[in-house]
Design a protein around this ligand. Structure first.
Ligand code: HEM
Length: 550
């Protein structure tokens, strides 16, 4: 009998606690109604989450909460809220939410997903040192050369190859002449496996129900998939850095033109510390992955927008013709004279951001924020008239870039692609609206997690946007019966990072002279390419010879 009373009390306590799980705690900002235990998990979108998050933002405001079982997520769809919480208080919002799968695969060495740990700080510092504006400027010749190759072989897949090749050259001093180059295909294979493991639903909710971590591997296919991906990544990252069987020619070129990761790897290898050697290999691998798909998704969205919005294409053509004319390709210096092209670049980031929800952050400490009572379009101001909310420690924070970029309160007709809006106000907002909480590089993230590849990416984006528009007409393709195949500007890949699904397009040089210039520039770029070409397979060599035999 004596034991029954504490047992009953314990059960009652447990029952009361369980009933509270999933309930929105006092002090949290509002959000969709919750159900016991799950909170909002039963309505949490597993794909294209930015659409649902935006719908909720229009209903609950730019600062609302979701309950994920016992955990909390905050969704920010308000530029002032982002500036205050993510930029100004970035010391507290720098963490990433726990992700057991990423731990299993990368062991805390994936700089993008790593928690706020000593590992992340080392990786981040190294990435910064490698990707400074000055270092990015040093890599401009190969970026410009790759732009000529992109023009030379404008294929769908090639936008991906171009950015992969740029980053391979920048980091390791070795380019990828074609899509089938072994390093390139190996990277895309490893990345595909990685995406499968990260896909919502591919693993049970281990981060919410931690006991699932202890299921033995033989009963958990997801754990075997993680082990396979871990091996695939480590083998690949190690091979790219190690250059087994490297010839004297290769060694010489790498020493002269090799990238900074390559140099760091040499120094860190000298330390004979396996952990450091692995860390630098991981950083190289993750930067290549992070830098390949993002820039190419941007370029694919550009082409899609040019096809769908012919009036914009016409204006972009006119500006380039007026400023540089027919007779030469464009370099980075030309951009400052072309406001419409600059506006087009900004508008692509807004229209179809590569990372519509950025990458989720998490809080290291509780944060108090004040929001106007109406919460219709909150801006975070610390003032007594405002209602105060508490974001708990460990909360996940989603920055809903899509919702901000498509907010009708900020932009006129936000669903259309309209670069002109940037010609009237600095951040493209409609007249009379204060857009000062936005910034031109908003699509690259926030606070201390802002994209470290931003300078390299912006150089690639600028050079390629100008030259693609200078060189080509982009139009809808036609079917066998001659009917136009309309492109769908909403047909995008699922995932944290997104880009258009393959689409049909007709891309033709604007004039015969331009086609000749592209041909000539491509042949002249051979000198630059050759500095980054070594250890090629016989097929690669044959491809290189054939493609330059004109
Ligand atoms: C169109 C091009 C690109 C866009 C739009 C883009 C965007 C982003 C965004 C939104 C984030 C998340 C920031 C946050 O959590 O607040 C990010 C992180 C990151 N990006 Fe980029 N990125 C691009 C190109 C690149 C390139 C070229 C590289 C490598 C050279 C790169 C490397 C990274 C890395 C390593 C992170 C993780 C940073 C961290 O968590 O500390 N990105 N990027």
């Amino acid at each position: 009998m004596a034991i029954l009373i504490p047992l009953a009390l314990g059960l009652l306590g447990g029952f009361i606690w369980l009933r509270k799980v999933g309930t929105r705690e006092p002090g949290l900002p509002p959000g969709p109604p919750t159900v016991p235990l799950l909170g909002n998990l039963h309505i949490f979108p597993t794909e294209f989450a930015h659409y649902k998050f935006t719908e909720w933002a229009r209903q609950y405001g730019g600062f609302y909460s979701l309950k994920m079982g016992p955990g909390t997520a905050i969704v920010l769809t308000d530029a002032a809220a982002v500036k205050e919480l993510m930029d100004k208080r970035s010391g507290s919002t720098v963490d990433r939410p726990p992700m057991h799968v990423a731990e299993l695969v990368a062991g805390g060495l994936n700089v993008v997903l790593a928690r706020y740990t000593e590992n992340w700080r080392t990786l981040r510092r190294t990435a910064h040192a490698i990707l400074t504006p000055q270092a990015s400027a040093r890599h401009l010749p190969i970026q410009q050369a790759e732009a000529t190759q992109l023009l030379h072989v404008v294929l769908y897949a090639h936008t991906t190859l171009s950015s992969n090749s740029v980053i391979l050259s920048d980091l390791y001093g070795k380019r990828a002449p074609r899509y089938e180059t072994p390093e390139t295909t190996a990277f895309f294979k490893a990345q595909h496996e990685w995406e499968l493991v990260l896909k919502p639903g591919a693993t049970p909710p281990v981060d919410l129900i931690p006991i699932l971590k202890y299921v033995p591997e033989r009963w958990a296919k997801w754990k075997r998939d993680c082990t396979k991906t871990r091996k695939l990544q480590r083998d690949l990252y190690w091979i790219v850095g190690r250059n087994e069987g490297e010839t004297n020619e290769g060694r010489g070129k790498r020493q002269l033109y090799g990238g900074d990761i390559d140099k760091a790897a040499r120094v860190w290898d000298g330390s004979r510390n396996h952990w450091l050697m692995l860390t630098v290999r991981y950083l190289g691998g993750v930067l290549i992955e992070g830098g390949s798909d993002t820039t190419s998704s941007y370029l694919q969205s550009l082409i899609l927008a040019m096809i769908a919005y012919t009036d914009t294409q016409k204006k972009a053509h006119e500006e380039i013709d007026r400023v540089v004319g027919e007779h030469r390709m464009l370099t980075l210096d030309d951009l400052e004279h072309m406001p419409y092209i600059r506006a087009t670049i900004l508008e692509i980031h807004n229209f179809r951001p590569v990372a519509p929800l950025m990458i989720a952050h998490a809080t290291l400490a509780p944060e108090e924020v004040c929001v106007p009572w109406s919460n219709e379009h909150p801006s975070l101001i610390l003032h007594s008239k405002y209602k105060s909310y508490i974001i708990p420690e460990g909360a996940t924070i989603f920055v809903n870039a899509w919702g901000i970029f498509h907010d009708p309160a900020l932009y006129d007709d936000p669903e259309s692609f309209n670069p002109d809006r940037y010609l009237f106000t600095e951040n493209g907002t409609k007249p009379g609206v204060d857009g000062s909480d936005l910034r031109a590089n908003f699509a690259f993230g926030v606070g201390r997690r802002i994209c470290p590849g931003i300078h390299l990416a912006q150089n690639s984006i600028n050079i390629n946007t100008m030259n693609l528009v200078w060189a080509f007409n982009f139009t809808t393709d036609t079917d066998a019966g001659g009917n136009p195949i309309e492109s769908d500007t909403f047909d995008y890949q699922k995932g944290i990072l997104t880009g258009p699904k393959p689409f049909r397009a007709k891309i033709t040089p604007r004039t015969a002279e331009k086609a000749e210039i592209i041909e000539r520039e491509f042949l002249e770029a051979a000198d630059t390419f050759s500095k980054f070409e070594f250890g090629l397979s016989p097929e690669e060599k044959e491809f290189v010879v054939q493609s330059r035999a004109h």
